[in-house]
Design a protein around this ligand. Structure first.
Ligand SMILES: Nc1ncnc2c1ncn2[C@@H]1O[C@H](COP(=O)(O)OP(=O)(O)OP(=O)(O)O)[C@@H](O)[C@H]1O
Length: 325
């Protein structure tokens, strides 16, 4: 488990960090560690790369308290951090979170607070290309817009002061498994990862193995697809903002400007318009109803908006007003 060996995994991560400028030299990094194979492999590689990048590393663990062995898991990590001579921060949830989503929300609150305490601007997780593939599949099953399919990006801003970075998106879970063997990392098996009541676990344990029989590289291919979609989503978001700003005036949205745009862009601009006006995310039905109004006759109006609001056609303009006006 010495940190000073240099392997092809180290070389790959080193190059990836250079190419993507993810973790600048001398920055303070808070590493989110669950004790599973991905985050332990992450710590091992970053410790190995530390002499080249001169980071200051610290480990954070969140104990959800929903497994009988969770305190032992936290203690195991504390000892590892001692061995690695890295500062260790751990917090236990006052009561076990009720769902995966609640656990995640609590976890990120804790990680943000620890990062603020130690003045770390970067929080690093062990998310892999396989997590990205799973997320893409999961969001597909629920029905998703482009942004949802582009999920799990290399970095994401969590607040003004903290950015989440995922350098391990460059590796699959099969590769982190190899790292664990090669570096003999003492992984703490999380029994809930095998619980098939959780949809994510069924995807990981049942669906992805089937897909790998069709294409053994499917984790990487799916993750690459998410990457391409992320770039396209960014480009479309920029374009939407441009057209939105061009079409918007005090009188509302300019219908003749919108009519010249492709349908996909019309939907996006109307979504942004409704989001701003209603201060909440509009439904597909509401967006479509407004889209019909782009070419509707004078005086036409919508019927599906909340808050006693209505969209009205006034000449070349589409505007929102109260039904009482
Ligand atoms: N309890 C936790 N405490 C701190 N960080 C966590 C915790 N759970 C997850 N993370 C971070 O979020 C990443 C993704 O979480 P996820 O739940 O997909 O992984 P895991 O299966 O629990 O563990 P691992 O990714 O380490 O194998 C982890 O790699 C880790 O960086």
């Amino acid at each position: 488990m010495s940190s000073d060996c240099w392997t092809p995994f180290h070389a790959r991560l080193h190059q990836l960090l250079q190419r993507r400028s993810l973790l600048p030299t001398r920055s303070r990094l808070l590493l989110a560690v669950s004790g599973g194979q991905d985050s332990l492999a992450l710590v091992q590689l970053l410790r190995g790369l530390q002499p080249h990048w001169h980071w200051s590393l610290a480990i954070a663990h969140c104990d959800h308290g929903w497994r009988s062995d969770s305190t032992a898991n936290a203690e195991h990590l504390r000892q590892l951090a001692d061995q690695w001579q890295l500062p260790f921060y751990c917090q236990r949830s006052p009561e076990p979170p009720r769902s995966e989503a609640a656990a995640r929300t609590w976890r990120y609150q804790v990680l943000e607070a620890i990062a603020a305490d130690i003045d770390a601007a970067l929080l690093v997780t062990g998310h892999t290309a396989s997590d990205r593939a799973e997320t893409l599949l999961y969001n597909l099953t629920r029905g998703s817009h482009l942004q949802g399919l582009a999920s799990l990006r290399w970095q994401r801003s969590l607040s003004d002061r903290l950015t989440l970075v995922r350098p391990f998106l460059g590796f699959t879970r099969a590769e982190t498994s190899k790292m664990v063997q090669q570096f003999q990392l003492p992984v703490w098996e999380d029994s809930t990862n095998r619980d098939r009541r959780f949809a994510r676990n069924r995807l990981r344990l049942e669906v992805l193995p089937q897909l790998r029989q069709i294409n053994p590289q499917c984790d990487r291919h799916l993750a690459n697809t998410a990457e391409l979609l992320a770039d396209e989503a960014d480009w479309l978001a920029e374009l939407t903002e441009q057209v939105y700003q061009q079409s918007l005036s005090e009188r509302g949205l300019c219908r003749s400007q919108l009519a010249q745009q492709p349908i996909a862009l019309q939907r996006r601009v109307l979504h942004a318009f409704l989001q701003d006006q209603l201060q909440r995310s509009p439904s597909t039905v509401q967006v479509e109803e407004l889209r019909q109004l782009i070419t509707a006759p004078q005086g036409s109006c919508s019927s599906s908006l909340p808050q006693r609001r209505v969209a009205v056609v006034a000449g070349d303009w589409l505007r929102l007003q109260s039904v009482d006006d």
